[in-house]
Ligand binder design. Structure first.
Ligand code: ZN
Length: 133
């Protein structure tokens, strides 16, 4: 099994939810809604060792907030300790973004099952529900 699927399964079985906001709460990750303008939709900053996820206020009532939060959680869980790397240098940035997206999409698949008590019939269904871009 790949590292990202493994990370998703570990988190979901540990916290008994695939809801990224509940997972963040249980990991004591601070989540702040902020005026970030048009972009980015979310970003993770660090206060010393502590990650703080900033989410764009424009997503506050949008289902897309779940995916954006899951993406940022992916960075925190998969890339902890690499933060100077992923905020600073451009080398490897795409790879890290792809990994965070993969984490987000995988988590949303499980959240769908949690919310709907069934598997989604199509990938479209998950995308529509959580605004995955
Ligand atoms: Zn990212």
């Amino acid at each position: 099994m790949d590292r990202i699927k493994e990370a998703i399964e570990a988190v979901v079985s540990r916290y008994h939810t695939a809801n990224p906001f509940l997972i963040a709460e249980r990991l004591n990750i601070e989540v702040d809604w902020a005026e970030l303008g048009h972009m980015p939709l979310g970003k993770t900053i660090h206060d010393g060792e502590m990650p703080i996820v900033m989410l764009n206020n424009s997503l506050r009532y949008s289902p897309q907030r779940y995916f954006v939060m899951a993406h940022e959680l992916g960075h925190v869980i998969l890339h902890e300790g690499l933060n100077s790397y992923y905020t600073g240098l451009s080398t490897g940035h795409d790879k890290l973004e792809n990994e965070a997206n993969e984490f987000g999409v995988g988590l949303m698949g499980l959240l769908y099952v949690e919310d709907n008590d069934r598997l989604p019939e199509t990938v479209d269904e998950i995308q529509r529900e959580y605004g995955i871009y």
